[in-house]
Design a protein around this ligand. Structure first.
Ligand code: NAP
Length: 286
C-alpha cells in the first residue's frame, strides 16, 4: 500500500483563499485584520520566518507591521513595545518571534501579550482555554495539523491517536485538540520505553520530536494517518522530518511530506487566528 500524500501547500492555498475573503469583508466593515511581528536580534532563520509571515499577511490583504530590534534591546523596552501594540486598535495579533536573546525572559514576554491578541496561542490563558475546551486562539502548528487530518475525511471520533513529543507549543496542545475531537490520545516523550509499542496501535500518529527517523515503517500500523511536524536535515543537508518518509509511505494510509506538509499550514493558521481575533474585536466594538 502506498499512502496518499496530504498536501499542505494545496490545503494552505485553499484555506488562505477563504481567509482572504474574510479579511476583505472585515476590512470593508472598517476592521482590516492587522498582525504585528516582533523580531529581536539577527538570527537568520528567525529573519526568514518573520519575513514569510509578513508576506503571507500582505497576500491575504491583511495589515502587518514588522518591528526589528537590535539584540541588545532590553526586556523592559520590549515589554513597553508590547504594551503599545496591545493598545493599538489597528493590531489584532501580536507575535514575538522565538528564540529571544538570553537576557529576555520569554515567559514574561508571552504573558505581556493581551490574551485577545495572542495569535500564537502560547500564553497561559490561551493554554487554559484549550485545556478547558473553551473557544480561543489555538497554537498554530497543532491547529494546522488538525486541518491536515480533517482533509483526509477520516473522522477522529473513537480513533486512537499517538502524539510523539510533549512541548507546550506542539505536543501538548496537539494532544488536547485530538482529545477535543474525541480521539483516544496517548502522549509519548523521551522517557517513553518502546515507542513502537504505542505507535503500532495508532490510527493517527503525530511526530513532533526534532529527530529524524524517530518513526520507522515497522512502528506504523497499516493504513494509519502520519503527520510529520519535525524539521531536520539529513546527511546530505536536505530538509526532512521525524518520519522515515520513503519507507513509512509504503505502510501508512496518509502521510504529510517535509517540506510541504505541516510547515505551510503553520503560517496559514497564524493568518486564521489573526482574522479570528479581528472578528472578535469587531464584534465587541459593534
Ligand atoms: P521540543 O520542545 O524540543 O520537544 C521535543 C519533544 O520530543 C519533547 O517532548 C521530547 O521529550 C520529545 N522527544 C525527544 N526525543 C524523543 C524520543 N527519542 N522519543 C520520543 N520523544 C522524544 O520541540 P518542539 O518545539 O515541540 O518541535 C518538535 C519538532 O517540530 C522540531 O523539529 C521543530 O523544529 C518542529 N516544528 C515544526 C513546525 C512547523 O511549522 N513545521 C513548528 C514547530 C516545531 P521530553 O519532553 O521528554 O524532552
Amino acid at each position: 500500500m502506498t499512502a496518499q500524500l496530504i498536501d499542505g501547500i494545496a490545503l494552505s492555498k485553499s484555506i488562505r483563499a477563504e481567509i482572504g475573503v474574510r479579511a476583505a469583508a472585515l476590512a470593508a466593515a472598517g476592521h482590516r485584520p492587522g498582525l504585528a511581528v516582533i523580531l529581536v536580534g539577527d538570527d537568520p532563520a528567525s529573519a526568514v520566518y518573520v519575513r514569510n509571515k509578513v508576506k503571507a499577511c500582505a497576500e491575504a490583504g491583511m495589515h502587518s507591521v514588522l518591528e526589528k530590534h537590535d539584540a541588545a534591546l532590553g526586556e523592559a523596552e520590549l515589554l513597553a513595545r508590547i504594551a503599545a501594540l496591545n493598545a493599538d486598535p489597528a493590531i489584532h495579533g501580536i507575535l514575538v518571534q522565538m528564540p529571544l536573546p538570553r537576557h529576555i525572559d520569554p515567559q514574561k514576554v508571552i504573558a505581556a501579550i493581551s490574551a485577545a491578541k495572542d495569535v500564537d496561542g502560547f500564553s497561559v490563558p490561551s493554554a487554559g482555554e484549550l485545556a478547558s475546551g473553551l473557544p480561543g486562539l489555538r497554537p498554530c502548528t497543532p491547529y494546522g495539523c488538525m486541518k491536515l487530518i480533517e482533509s483526509t475525511g477520516v473522522a477522529l471520533r473513537g480513533k486512537h491517536a499517538v502524539v510523539i513529543g510533549r512541548s507546550n507549543t506542539v505536543g501538548k496542545p496537539m494532544a488536547l485538540l485530538l482529545l477535543q475531537a474525541h480521539a483516544t490520545v496517548t502522549v509519548c516523550h523521551s522517557a517513553t520505553p518502546d515507542l513502537g509499542r504505542h505507535t503500532r496501535q495508532a490510527d493517527v500518529v503525530v511526530a513532533a520530536v526534532g529527530r529524524r527517523r524517530t518513526l520507522t515503517a515497522d512502528m506504523v500500523r497499516p493504513g494509519a494517518i502520519v503527520i510529520d511536524v519535525g524539521i531536520n536535515r539529513d546527511e546530505a543537508g536536505r530538509l526532512c522530518g521525524d518520519v522515515d518518509f520513503s519507507a513509512v509511505r509504503e505502510v501508512a494510509g496518509w502521510i504529510t511530506p517535509v517540506p510541504g506538509g505541516v510547515g505551510p499550514m503553520t503560517i496559514t493558521m497564524l493568518l486564521a487566528n489573526t482574522v479570528q481575533a479581528a472578528a472578535a474585536a469587531a464584534a465587541s466594538s459593534a
